[in-house]
Design a protein around this ligand. Structure first.
Ligand code: NAD
Length: 249
């Protein structure tokens, strides 16, 4: 921990890269693992081709998982809040997240790149009009576009879909620019997104990883592995660094 604090304190461009694990303590299950959404639900549900072919089967489950049950009731936890305060204090420059739950923004983070989109808007597959989820009656199966009656899809990416170009290019340039990257709560088993820390490493960034268990990063590129829950570890980092930064002002 002491080395971590020194590295962040002396960094010029520290960023965070977060995954489902940071939101676990907000009550949102991760994707992988025993309690993961990937085990509980049929994996077809996360494929765009299945969604477009069987929207009447997919919609009620998607609504249950992403729009109502877990995500809408969740509040940012102390790890989300600590990252937001670290950004405000100038210690952290950016959060790149694979999460689609909006909890970094609710916590107050401003520079957030949502690599996999988000769950608070829907988009028409025909005319690309966007709607906030509170503008749409989610109890109607299947919700359709008010403009053209096309099928509405959530604005996060399904398996196998390409990462939106802007989010991908911005996230990779942030990774290249960073000199320290905090990887928090991700297994690293996703598709393109999992390359971000590797890109940071190739460009000389120090890799600090926070996770209760070892991951594919731990075995390959991690320089410092802080084993534990996001809330405990990130709060400790913040508790030390913010007073330090404030003493400098
Ligand atoms: P993952 O499910 O593959 O891995 C979660 C990681 O978090 C694991 O390594 C686990 O050990 C770790 N973890 C569990 N509890 C933790 C805690 N308290 N503190 C810190 N780490 C903890 O998640 P992923 O790598 O982000 O990939 C999942 C994909 O599914 C992403 O693409 C994401 O878009 C999507 N997803 C998002 C959410 C969300 O938005 N909250 C939730 C589930 C899935």
């Amino acid at each position: 921990m002491d080395t971590t604090l020194e590295l962040i304190k002396n960094s010029k461009y520290c960023i965070a890269y977060t995954g489902a694990g940071i939101s676990v303590e907000s009550g949102v299950p991760p994707f992988r693992g025993k309690e993961g959404l990937g085990r509980k639900y049929d994996s077809n549900l996360f494929e765009l081709s299945y969604f477009t072919k069987y929207p009447e089967r997919s919609w009620p489950i998607i609504r249950e998982i992403f729009l109502n049950h877990y995500f809408n009731n969740a509040q940012p936890n102390t790890a989300h809040l600590a990252l937001a305060r670290m950004e405000k204090a100038g210690i952290l420059k950016t959060v790149i997240t694979q999460n689609i739950d909006n909890l970094h923004q609710v916590a107050g983070s401003k520079n957030v790149y949502e690599f996999h989109g988000h769950s608070h808007t829907l988009i028409c597959l025909e005319c690309a009009t966007r709607f906030n989820i509170d503008e749409v009656d989610l109890n109607v199966v299947v919700p359709c576009c008010k403009e053209c009656n096309g099928l509405l899809r959530p604005n996060f990416i399904f398996f196998g879909e390409e990462i939106p170009e802007q989010a991908a290019s911005q996230s990779f340039s942030e990774a290249i620019r960073s000199d320290v990257i905090l990887i928090i709560g991700t297994s690293g088993e996703g598709e393109l997104g999992s390359n971000i820390p590797y890109e940071a490493k190739r460009n000389g960034s120090v890799i600090i990883e926070v996770n209760p268990i070892e991951t594919t990063y731990t075995k390959t590129i991690t320089d410092i592995f802080l084993q534990g829950k996001a809330t405990e570890i990130v709060s400790k980092i913040e508790k030390y660094l913010i007073p330090f930064k404030q003493n400098l002002i």
